[in-house]
Design a protein around this ligand. Structure first.
Ligand SMILES: [Zn+2]
Ligand SMILES: [Zn+2]
Length: 288
């Protein structure tokens, strides 16, 4: 291959294929099978076939299925996993939409959000703001919030699920120089609602352990619902938001460039990410 990325055939000199895939060479090899190059061509073909057959998939680690090797791109296991994850996620999106609508947290709802620190005298309600729900962030919402223990990932509780726009604020003082305190939000500023904010209002969409404070580290910072909105919430606008980035990361479907092999391999079936994606196999894997 040349530096420009175009393949040149050293047999016929044409572009777009190499010696092994050369149609002219194949034609000559077939019409004169006892020639030196015809024998060489057959040997090269056999070596390529053997290499393909022994190829190991970086996802399922199975070398062959039905006697044929495959790579990640052609992996039937990955393909089926993706489909099952998609099915579970579509089901969860409906569950989440219903919970939003029933709670009254659809677009247009007015909420008051605590923004103080628990270590302050005034507590989390020492400061805060009132804002209106403006959108649902489907790129951050997935069934792992329900199917897995949230404490597995400390970032999970600060995930932004809904966006709001600020209407008014209270309790902030102009001369506050404590860097740990967040600044006064401006009118119309975008502020998110996180897992911590919604945990106790919509317990049905989160893991049961997350709403049970015993032995759990997900901080609950419940908002106050001032004026509910029960309109039908929007769905994700594209397929990319169905299997979103957090799901891709958790299931290791699309590894990052230069990912290590353990970041590419299918996660073990005993992991609770599979609990409602492959319930029977997960139960088998976790049975003692
Ligand atoms: Zn050629
Ligand atoms: Zn595979």
């Amino acid at each position: 291959m040349s530096y420009s990325g175009t393949v040149h055939c050293s047999y016929c000199g044409k572009k777009g294929h190499n010696r092994l895939g050369c149609p002219e060479r194949e034609k000559n090899a077939i019409s004169d099978p006892e020639s030196y190059d015809a024998k060489k061509w057959r040997a090269e073909r056999e070596r390529l076939k053997a290499r393909v057959a022994s190829r190991k998939c970086s996802y399922c680690k199975q070398g062959t299925i039905d006697g044929k090797g495959h790579n990640r791109k052609g992996c039937p296991v990955l393909k089926e996993d993706r489909k099952l994850v998609e099915t579970r996620q579509i089901e969860y999106i409906e569950q989440f939409r219903t919970a939003l609508q029933e709670t009254g947290l659809s677009v247009g709802a007015l909420v008051t959000v605590p923004d103080g620190n628990s270590y302050d005298d005034a507590g989390i309600w020492g400061r805060g703001f009132t804002s209106m729900v403006t959108s649902i962030d489907w790129s951050n919402i997935d069934f792992l919030m329900n199917d897995t223990k949230l404490l597995r990932d400390w970032r999970a509780s600060s995930r932004n699920l809904l966006q709001t726009r600020v209407i008014s604020s209270f309790g902030y003082c102009a001369d506050d120089d404590d860097w740990r305190r967040s600044g006064r939000p401006n009118f119309n500023e975008v502020r998110p609602l996180t897992v911590s904010n919604l945990l106790s209002l919509m317990p049905s969409v989160f893991h049961e352990l997350a709403t049970n404070q015993d032995g759990h580290n997900v901080e609950s910072r419940p908002i106050r619902l001032e004026s509910p909105s029960h309109i039908s919430p929007s769905s994700p606008s594209s397929d990319a938001e169905i299997i979103n980035a957090p799901l891709n990361r958790a299931f290791q479907f699309v590894p990052m460039r230069r990912a290590d092999s353990w970041e590419k391999v299918r996660r073990g079936m005993s992991d609770d990410i599979w609990s409602r994606v492959r319930p029977l196999e997960h139960a088998d894997a976790t049975a003692h």
